[in-house]
Design a protein around this ligand. Structure first.
Ligand SMILES: [Zn+2]
Length: 186
């Protein structure tokens, strides 16, 4: 990705296009390993978080824009750009805490396995275990105490770190489901 686009090649949208753009995701270029900065496709300013917008153009071809928060909020009706950036930051710090080696314990019954407890939105904890078998790694997220709602994907990962990252995505998904249930039941 080039850091800055020349202004004359920038996409121009008229005000009648406003409602058609949707945001399909937010990225933080710094967390993807590259240290390059990004520029907004719309106004050219250097941006910290990249909001990826998409829409189907008049010719039926889908168009994409990578913009900063201000341009995203202007182009996408009702879009809370700052809220999306904050959620991305929160997720990054949750992931950092989850991955921290010190928070993982070595299994007493099988030293190849590691586990940790995760606090859930309903203040229960779930035990997450990364299991080594035949040189591959699997993930097991235990359900609440009576054993229902276990999450154990069939997928296997080549190294423990990848399995732990996958475990984070699973646990975060369970957290989101729980939050949604807590909201609808209150
Ligand atoms: Zn912009």
């Amino acid at each position: 990705m080039s850091a800055r686009l020349p202004r004359k090649t920038m996409t121009t949208a008229t005000t009648t296009d406003t409602e058609k753009w949707v945001c399909v995701g937010v990225r933080d270029p710094l967390t993807t390993g590259s240290r390059e900065t990004a520029a907004c496709d719309r106004c050219g300013i250097e941006i910290r978080w990249v909001h990826v917008l998409s829409r189907v153009g008049g010719n039926g071809v889908s168009q994409r824009l990578s913009t900063g928060g201000c341009c995203a909020a202007r182009l996408v009706a009702g879009y809370e750009a700052r809220g999306a950036e904050k959620e991305l930051m929160n997720r990054a710090s949750r992931m950092g805490r989850f991955l921290k080696p010190a928070s993982w314990k070595v299994s007493k019954t099988n030293p190849a396995n590691v586990w940790r407890d995760c606090l859930m939105p309903d203040v229960t904890t779930r035990q997450v275990t990364v299991i080594e078998k035949g040189g591959l790694y699997g993930v097991f997220v235990a359900g609440p105490k009576n054993g229902d709602d276990n999450r154990c994907p069939y997928e296997r990962w080549a190294d423990r770190k990848s399995a732990i990252e996958a475990a984070f995505i699973i646990v975060d998904g369970v957290r989101d489901e729980m939050k949604a249930r807590l909201v609808t039941s209150s």
